[in-house]
Design a protein around this ligand. Structure first.
Ligand code: GDP
Ligand code: MN
Length: 380
C-alpha cells in the first residue's frame, strides 16, 4: 500500500525527522487560509500516489496566500499520470541549498534492508541512478543488529555532508530506520532531504510503501488507504480476498495459490504468451469468488484468453468446476477459457466442464499452449 506524501511526512515527524509546517487542503479556499496561517510563502503540492509530480507541474511555489489560492485551484483541476488531484499539501516554502536523496528499502537479492543515499537528490534521481550510479551509496543493514551509528556516519561522509549536520543527520537516519521497521514499510524515502539557506536539515518530500501483509497489525495505517487512488480492479479484488496484480499481457490467469500462480505465469511466457495479471483466488473456489475473479480479469480490455489453473486439495475439483460453470453462466465471458484441474475428483470436474463445451487440459504445459493459441486466434 502506498501512502501519500502528507501521510508519510506525518509519520516521519513522529519519529523525529524534521518536516516543514503544513497542512492538507481539498479546496482552493482552504489552501488560502492555510497559506495565511503559514505566513504567505508556501509550496503547493499535488497529493497523488505517483512520483514525478514536480516535473508534471504538481509542485509550485507561491509568494503569498492569494497566489497560493490561484495555484491550488489550478493544481486541484489537474490530472497527473492519469490520477486526478483531490488534495493538495500546503507547506511553508523552504529556501533550498542542497537536495539529498535518502531512503531505506528492501534489497531482495541481499535479503536485507538497504540504506541508499546521494548528494545528487531531487527530481533527477532516476537519471543519476542510470547515468552516474557512482554518485549513489548503498549500505546494507543487518536486520537483527539494526542501523548502526557508524553506518549513518559512513553515509554522511559519502555524500560530503558538512560536519555541522552530522548529528542531525544521525537522528534522521535512526528515525527513518525506526519508521521502516516499526511501520512494516518496504520503502521509506526522503527525496529531497534538504539543507536550507537558514541552515536547517529537513524532509521536503516523503514516500512510504507498506507491506500489505502486515497491515493487520497497523489499523491506523490501513485507515489511511486512499481507495480513490487505486485501480478499481484492485479494490474490488481486495473485497473478495483475492490477490490481483494487473500486468501488460493478454492472457488472464486465475490460479489458486501464489506459487502455482507464479509458475503458471512462467509457463505461459515459456510458450510465447504474456500474462495479463497475477491472480491468486486463495483457498476454496466458491462460485462467487470465481465470478468476482472472472469479472476482474475481463474488465481488462487486453485480455484475449483466460487460463484457469486450479489445484483441488481441500476443495474438490467437481465443486470447483461447478463454481466455474455457475460463474460463466452469470458472466458469459467472450474470451475463450482453458481450464486445468488437478487433484481430488479431477476427472469428474473435467467431465462437467467438457460437457459444457469448455476447453480443458490435463497438464499445465498443455493448458498454457492452448491458452497462448487461443489468445492468438482471438487477436486475429
Ligand atoms: P516529486 O517531484 O513528486 O518528487 O515532488 P517533490 O516534493 O520532491 O518536489 C519536487 C521538487 O520541487 C523538489 O525536488 C524541490 O526542488 C522542489 N520543491 C519542493 N518543495 C520546495 C520548497 O519548499 N521550496 C523550494 N524552493 N523548492 C521546493
Ligand atoms: Mn520527491
Amino acid at each position: 500500500m502506498k501512502l501519500h506524501e502528507y501521510q508519510s511526512k506525518q509519520i516521519f515527524a513522529k519519529y523525529g525527522v524534521p518536516i516543514p509546517k503544513g497542512r492538507v487542503a481539498a479546496t482552493a479556499g482552504e489552501a488560502k487560509s492555510i497559506a495565511e496561517e503559514l505566513g504567505g510563502r508556501v509550496v503547493i503540492k499535488a497529493q497523488v500516489l505517483v512520483g514525478g509530480r514536480g516535473k508534471a507541474g504538481g509542485v509550485q511555489l507561491a509568494k503569498d496566500a492569494t497566489e497560493a489560492e490561484q495555484i491550488a485551484s489550478r493544481i486541484l483541476a489537474m490530472e497527473i499520470k492519469g490520477l486526478p488531484v483531490r488534495k493538495v499539501l500546503i507547506d511553508e516554502a523552504a529556501a533550498i541549498e542542497t537536495e539529498i536523496y535518502f531512503s531505506i528499502t528492501n534489497d531482495r537479492n541481499a535479503r536485507k534492508p538497504v540504506m541508499i543515499a546521494s548528494a545528487a537528490g531531487g527530481v533527477e534521481i532516476e537519471d543519476v541512478a542510470a547515468k552516474t550510479p557512482e554518485k549513489i551509496v548503498k549500505i546494507h543493514i543487518d536486520p537483527l543488529l539494526g542501523l548502526r551509528d557508524y553506518q549513518a556516519r559512513d553515509v554522511a561522509a559519502f555524500i560530503d555532508l558538512p560536519r555541522d549536520y552530522w548529528k542531525d543527520f544521525g537522528k534522521i537516519a535512526a528515525g527513518l530506520w525506526r519508521v521502516y521497521t516499526e511501520q512494516d514499510a518496504t520503502l521509506a524515502e526522503i527525496n529531497p532531504l534538504v539543507i536550507t539557506k537558514d541552515k536547517r536539515i529537513m524532509a521536503l518530500d516523503g514516500k512510504m510503501l507498506i507491506d500489505d501483509n502486515a497491515l493487520y497489525r497497523h489499523p491506523d495505517l490501513a485507515d489511511m488507504r486512499d481507495v480513490d487512488e487505486e485501480a478499481p480492479s484492485e479494490a474490488e479484488a481486495r473485497k473478495y480476498g483475492l490477490t490481483y496484480i494487473k500486468l501488460d499481457g493478454n492472457i488472464g490467469c486465475m490460479v489458486n495459490g501464489a506459487g502455482l500462480a507464479m509458475t503458471s505465469m512462467d509457463i505461459v511466457k515459456l510458450f510465447g504468451g504474456e500474462p495479463a495479471n497475477f491472480l491468486d483466488i486463495g483457498g476454496g473456489a466458491a462460485a462467487d469468488k470465481v465470478a468476482a475473479a472472472m469479472r476482474i480479469i475481463l474488465a481488462d480490455q487486453n485480455v484475449r484468453a483466460i487460463l484457469l489453473n486450479i489445484f483441488g486439495g481441500i476443495t474438490r475439483c467437481d465443486e470447483v468446476a461447478r463454481g466455474i460453470l455457475e460463474a460463466t453462466k452469470a458472466i458469459q465471458p467472450k474470451a475463450p477459457m482453458v481450464v486445468r484441474l488437478v487433484g481430488t475428483n479431477a476427472e469428474e470436474g473435467r467431465r462437467l466442464l467438457s460437457d459444457a463445451n469448455m476447453t480443458t487440459a490435463d497438464t499445465l504445459v498443455d493448458a498454457a499452449k492452448k491458452a497462448v493459441a487461443a489468445a492468438k486466434v482471438a487477436v486475429a
